[in-house]
Write a protein that binds this ligand. Structure first.
Ligand SMILES: [Zn+2]
Length: 364
């Protein structure tokens, strides 16, 4: 077949179906896809169906962390030529609303983002088109595999830059999943060195240590003050103890787990005039005692990224940001079904930090 795409026909069931090679519009490139990352949102979409509901009968594709090679260009394309290795920014904003015009294109309400409403166009396909203006060259020193991970890395970079992570910042990152580890490495690439990672899974903490965390703390090692289970206050008290950060608390806290429990820990450990960056998606409301943080604390939510691809590409290409070692599995496109089954398997998923689908291409 000349082209194909993996369609989620129902939750937990992909089918690879034949489709035509798309024709690039005047301002688009046609890319032969090489690697596509497996994002937490793809894995969630596979398990339960997409967050946003497709229209009846609409085909649902997944995948948005993608890199490959230009094989055709539209008549107005000037930055790229056939044979160039590229990666793409998967959200194309309308470029005309108030948000776009004020420099916040990541919150554009009309963004056309891969693998979600309104189009559900996924990157688990062999050939896809994309606008030239949201496509980037892969520089010397970066493989196509690494390039496919620029997108999740940019989420961490956006959070680290908004949080103003720098040398001298005392940083705690709550949650050692992909986004927590990406945020950690973004902070490292910006010069921060004092980063403490917190999680309840030792394997992930060991991984964080290997990637450059100053220290790692397993919440299961913290003794509850009363009863069998720790409360957010117990964990906050431990982190604020003299031998951790001292009574003054932590300058910069990233909540990267999406857990309401850890969100309360974040509020419990932040210093006066410090910052809490809410990076993980909180599924439920979380009570916040503003009385405890009435000393000029900033709480900020982050969303995807905005103008962060160039920095992230530079950080990875220069070796300051290690995405390569985060790849725990590379799966062939034809095995996409079993790759995602592994990602939702309660035991196997514990060993998966970042899975990548290899569509074409051979480099490692
Ligand atoms: Zn807009």
């Amino acid at each position: 077949m000349e082209n194909s795409q993996a369609i989620l026909v129902k939750p937990q069931q992909f089918e690879i179906e034949e489709c035509p090679i798309p024709e690039p519009k005047a301002d688009e490139i046609l890319m032969k896809v090489e690697y596509v990352g497996m994002c937490g949102s793809d894995i969630h979409g596979f398990e339960f169906g997409p967050y946003k509901k497709p229209k009846p009968g609409q085909k649902v594709g997944l995948g948005h962390e993608v890199a490959g090679e230009v094989v055709k260009i539209g008549s107005e394309v000037t930055k790229f030529k056939v044979g160039d290795k590229v990666l793409i920014e998967p959200g194309v904003p309308d470029d005309s609303c108030e948000y776009c015009r004020s420099g916040h294109y990541n919150v554009c309400p009309d963004v056309d983002f891969l693998a979600t409403a309104p189009n559900f166009k996924g990157a688990y396909t062999q050939y896809m088109t994309h606008p030239e203006s949201w496509t980037y060259h892969i520089p010397e020193g970066m493989t196509t595999l690494e390039a496919a991970l620029v997108e999740p890395a940019a989420v961490g970079m956006h959070a680290a830059i908004l949080g103003e992570a720098r040398l001298g910042s005392h940083i705690v990152i709550l949650g050692c999943g992909t986004i927590g580890l990406m945020t950690m490495q973004a902070c490292l690439s910006l010069g921060a060195t004092d980063i403490t990672m917190v999680d309840m899974m030792q394997k992930k903490l060991d991984f964080a240590k290997k990637l450059g965390a100053r220290q790692v703390i397993n919440t299961q090692d913290i003794k509850p003050s009363n009863g069998e289970r720790c409360t957010p206050d117990d964990i906050a008290a431990y982190l604020r103890s003299e031998d951790q950060f001292g009574k003054h608390g932590v300058d910069l806290v990233f909540e990267c787990s999406g857990s309401g429990f850890l969100a309360q820990v974040a509020v419990g450990i932040v210093a006066f005039a410090g910052k809490v960056m809410m990076v993980g998606t909180q599924a439920k409301p979380v009570p916040v005692d503003f009385g405890r943080i009435n000393r000029e604390v900033t709480i900020m939510t982050t969303f995807r990224y905005c103008n962060n691809f160039p920095q992230t590409i530079e950080a990875i290409a220069s070796g300051k940001f290690n995405v390569k070692d985060m790849v725990t599995g590379i799966y062939d496109y034809k095995d996409i079904q079993s790759a995602f089954e592994e990602a939702i398997d309660p035991v196997k998923k514990q060993d998966m930090i970042k899975g990548v689908i290899r569509v074409g291409g051979t480099e490692f």
